[in-house]
Design a protein around this ligand. Structure first.
Ligand code: NAD
Length: 428
């Protein structure tokens, strides 16, 4: 299989592979290979200088048989309909593997949000909802933040939707700011959730977490809390993190011989996950240009940036010490690199299992919005731990029972649940 396939073709290829193993009826498989619904729309925005700039918005609802579609909205310059389709499909499997009653959706706008003023960002968010409001809602499709979008943006979007429907509707969107309908624990949910899964993987592989080392790609929402969690919850060492420097248009790896202090690095990181390298250097950090993170001597690799980062080429530089690859990002490993991990018996915690913590707490946020009663941070994180542990163990059980790798096992658990719901609702 070529490395040049796009994210959606990759998502379809992964699905096809498992559908075959499950002997799935090809007619049912065909339904699940494609999104149920897709929206592409214009969002004209009056910019601060008085000009009108045209943006395009996307929303894809892949499958909603188990509950309303659920998935983030990404603002990124290289967003395409196909990346949104892939991410929507992965959301279907993610919600199913986490066993939360939601389906799969995703949205996006090809834009670099860092090039917009606050007012322009607010107009873009409100414009997105202005086009989509008839087709989203707490019982239809519930968006959330993703790369390039923030809790504040979710607050604007919720406000716009509430105005359009004429009633306060916090459950239309999750990832809202705390105090504006958000849930405590949402910010750290994806990163901590990944660490709960890593902890279970270490139990299984009999690795001592306190003696373990992780190398992390990215330093945005997911990677920051994965790093903090690896340090605080497991007592392990974070060898490095990495980030994309917008000014230099280059990626950097930031490491420290004694392990990085994620909280310090967080204090010198901007809202887009870019680290101030001068301040890091002053504090004794080593800055290397490129993707040196992948070469570090570590027990765990945690790609937490973007898709396609571990590919046929970069996988050759992975250290032989690595035993676990915990996919914090969506689709970070190409099928060719995946084959290398299988051959080398590296334990992969696949993306839609590993990063299901975010959507799980998003689900808790919706539940709290419905109840109009809010849990403490400890209650949220405890429930998250329970859900992640259950999800991990159901996949591990499938992997051992069917003698398949964890990614295939996660697909099997998820697809079985989705197909079961289709049968129960009489769709097939
Ligand atoms: P983010 O925008 O907060 O952070 C992305 C980080 O990746 C930034 O630090 C950026 O500098 C870095 N980065 C980008 N390109 C890079 C490169 N080439 N090399 C090194 N670093 C690079 O995004 P996020 O919310 O942390 O999401 C990261 C990934 O996790 C995405 O794949 C997203 O879809 C997935 N995800 C996010 C959530 C969530 O709750 N935020 C949930 C599930 C999955």
């Amino acid at each position: 299989m070529s490395d040049l396939i796009n994210a959606f073709q990759m998502a379809q290829a992964q699905f096809d592979h498992v559908a075959k193993q499950l002997n799935m009826d090809p007619q049912v498989a065909e339904i699940l290979r494609w999104p149920s619904r897709e929206f592409k729309f214009e969002i004209p925005v009056r910019m601060d200088d008085g000009s009108i700039r045209l943006f395009f918005g996307y929303r894809v609802q892949h499958n909603d048989v188990r509950g309303p579609a659920k998935g983030g909205i990404r603002f990124h310059p290289s967003e395409t309909l196909d990346t949104v389709r892939a991410l929507a499909m992965w959301m279907t499997w993610k919600c199913a593997v986490a066993d939360i009653p939601l389906g799969g959706g995703k949205g996006g706008v090809p834009v670099d949000p860092a090039t917009l003023s606050v007012t322009e960002k607010e107009k873009l968010c409100r414009g997105w909802v202005g086009q989509m409001w008839r087709n989203i809602g707490p019982r239809q499709d519930v968006p959330a933040p993703d790369v390039g979008t923030t809790p504040q943006m979710m607050g604007w979007m919720m406000d716009e939707y509430s105005k359009l429907v004429g009633q306060y509707t916090p459950g239309v969107i999750t990832g809202k700011p705390v105090g504006g309908g958000g849930s405590l624990g949402r910010t750290e949910a994806t990163g901590f959730g990944a660490i709960f899964a890593v902890r279970e993987a270490m139990k299984h592989l009999k690795i001592d977490p306190a003696k373990s080392v992780v190398a992390i790609q990215g330093f945005g929402n997911v990677s920051q809390y994965a790093a903090i969690g690896f340090n605080k919850l497991l007592g392990g060492t974070v060898a490095c993190v990495s980030y994309w420097d917008r000014a230099d248009r280059a990626a950097y790896t930031v490491s420290h011989p004694k392990g990085v202090d994620p909280k310090f690095l967080q204090s010198i990181t901007d809202q887009y996950g870019s680290i101030d390298k001068e301040q890091a250097r002053k504090a004794g950090y080593i800055i290397e240009e490129g993707d040196a993170w992948i070469t570090k001597e570590a027990d765990v690799l945690l790609p937490g940036a973007l898709e396609g980062q571990i590919n046929a080429e970069s996988v050759k530089r992975v250290s032989s010490r690595v035993r676990i690859v915990a996919e914090g990002a969506n689709g970070p490993t190409t099928p060719e690199a995946d084959e290398v991990f299988k051959r080398n018996n590296i334990f992969v915690v696949p993306d839609f299992l590993c990063n299901a913590g975010g959507v799980t707490v998003s689900y808790f946020e919706g539940v709290q919005n419905d109840m109009n009663y809010y849990w403490t941070r400890e209650e949220v994180l405890q429930r998250l731990d329970t859900k992640m542990t259950q999800a991990f163990n159901s996949v591990l059980e499938m992997s051992e029972g069917e003698k398949v790798f964890m990614r295939d096992a996660a697909y099997m658990v998820a697809i079985n649940r989705v197909v079961k719901a289709m049968e129960l609702r009489g769709w097939i």
